[in-house]
Design a binder for this molecule. Structure first.
Ligand code: C2G
Length: 458
């Protein structure tokens, strides 16, 4: 008797799960299905699981395909089960290709082609439909979205769009996204939601068209270049009853949220100064260096540095001043932005041609918070005081590259949960567009000048 084993969460049971079990069954004579516990899903970084383990087991049972159902609750259990139960074949969907090759020492490993097009729940009316997301743009960020979406329950990346259809097709084939489109309108028809990861200057148009068609939008930063456009998009989203979120991933990470809460808790007294820096030396041929209009350090990283400033000091600053070191083509290699508030100061530093210490310092009347690079992927921070020996360390959990938190928030908002509306408020997002607008105007004044002096000196 040939024994086959497969594992999964099987949340919001759909035909992708059903097809997988059906094909797994045909690989042998006896099918064992491992269903993950809530604890193990948390451990392995799967977010947003909706159904309880009892419901998920029940759904697997109802297929009539499993000869035995077991519970998976810890790392390393697969090896134990395979040996203990005398398993001949381990199988899982092709979204895991290569990951379980280490089991080949114990049994045969088969990756079954996953079902790319999943729609409604076939066996039961599920609590929520699977959110079908289309990715706009197939550049550097898009593959990261796919990798991270895998860890969020209730979402399926159904298609990719690129005005150059060939690029969309290439991307689709490489990353197993079944549908690809070169026409935006047709692409939208099939999606519930879109993730915009195209060049900065295209964000507004795509977002607007999608919202008008009643699609939810998760848009990479910066959402827009002007306050008016940002306000318009949020108003339109409200009017159409869809979710619009700006994808500044740091805002959705539990560690960053904890750090903001610690800063507000009074532990460091009143917050008086926020200094945030993000720099990455970038090769000369990269878009950020080349794109005279929409490249440069601030447009690339400014959303990260503005985030803790607006979170802690608010969006109503009294004044703002920009200082940049420009490259010959006019892009900013390094930008310092100084904010003055009624009761505080702030500084944002971003660089693509100047390297600095990428740290976040939140200074208060009793102490300060220091988060070292990469503070935007918040894995640790410390609260420090006048007495240098008194330090409180925090090491919050951080999964994958962090994008999954943003995706999980997006999906849960679509499903009606207002769970984390505080992560990034519309007001904060609009205020960021305001800084971008002023920055672009100021930089416009010095465009075409040569050199590496402060923009203001020209
Ligand atoms: N699956 C599929 N097609 C889909 C979605 C999922 O074939 N459209 C497959 C997955 O590849 C997996 C199974 O269905 O083999 C269960 O999927 P999930 O519930 O998402 O579980 P997963 O996170 O893939 O867990 O220890 C657990 C395993 O690592 C797999």
């Amino acid at each position: 008797m040939k024994k086959v084993i497969t594992y999964g969460t099987f949340d919001l049971f759909h035909e992708g799960h059903y097809n997988l079990l059906k094909r797994a069954k045909t690989l042998g004579d006896y099918l064992i299905v491992g269903v993950t516990t809530e604890y193990y899903d948390l451990q392995r970084g799967k977010l947003n699981v909706v159904d309880s383990i009892l419901e998920r087991i029940e759904n697997v049972k109802r297929t009539g395909l499993a000869d035995e159902i077991i519970v998976e609750d810890h790392e390393g259990q697969k090896q134990e089960d395979i040996q203990k139960l005398g398993v001949d074949i381990f199988t899982v969907g092709s979204d895991w290709v290569g990951i379980f090759d280490y089991l080949k020492e114990l049994c045969q490993v088969v990756y079954l082609e996953r079902t790319p097009e999943i729609s409604s729940s076939i066996l039961r009316a599920s609590k929520y439909p699977i959110v079908q997301v289309g990715v706009v743009g197939s550049g550097r960020i898009a593959p990261r979205f796919l990798a991270e979406a895998k860890f969020v329950s209730g979402v399926n990346v159904r298609a990719v769009y690129n005005p150059h259809e060939m690029s969309a097709e290439r991307f689709g084939k490489t990353y197993e996204v079944e549908a690809y489109y070169g026409d935006f309108k047709t692409f939208l028809e099939d999606m519930d939601a879109i993730y915009i990861a195209s060049p900065h200057q295209t964000h507004y148009e795509y977002a607007k068209m999608a919202i008008e068609q009643g699609r939810h939008v998760l848009c990479e930063k910066p959402l827009t270049f002007t306050v008016r456009e940002a306000q318009e998009l949020y108003a339109l989203a409200k009017d159409r009853g869809v979710v619009l979120m700006e994808g500044i991933k740091t805002a959705y990470c539990p560690g960053f949220i904890q750090m903001m809460n610690v800063a507000r808790s009074g532990m460091i007294g009143e917050v008086r100064d926020v200094e945030a820096c993000f720099s990455r030396i970038t090769a000369a041929q990269m878009r950020e260096m080349q794109d005279e209009k929409f490249g440069g350090a601030f447009l690339e990283f400014g959303s990260y540095t503005l985030l803790p400033i607006f979170k802690l000091l608010g969006c109503q600053y009294k004044s703002v001043e920009f200082d940049s070191i420009l490259a010959r083509n006019g892009i900013d290699l390094y930008t310092k932005i100084h904010f003055r508030y009624k009761d505080g100061l702030a500084m944002s530093k971003t660089g693509i041609g100047v390297k600095s210490e990428g740290q976040l310092v939140i200074a208060g009347t009793k102490g300060y918070i220091l988060a070292e690079s990469p503070w935007w992927l918040t894995k640790s921070f410390a609260v420090r005081y006048e007495d240098p020996t008194k330090i409180e360390h925090y090491s919050p959990k951080f999964l994958g590259d962090g994008l999954r938190y943003e995706i999980a928030d997006f999906v849960s908002k679509i499903n009606g949960g207002n769970r984390m509306a505080y992560c990034l408020t519309n007001e904060e997002s609009i205020a960021m567009a305001g800084v971008v607008e002023r920055f672009m105007k100021e930089r416009g004044k010095v465009r075409g000048m040569v050199g590496t002096r402060n923009a203001k000196e020209y």
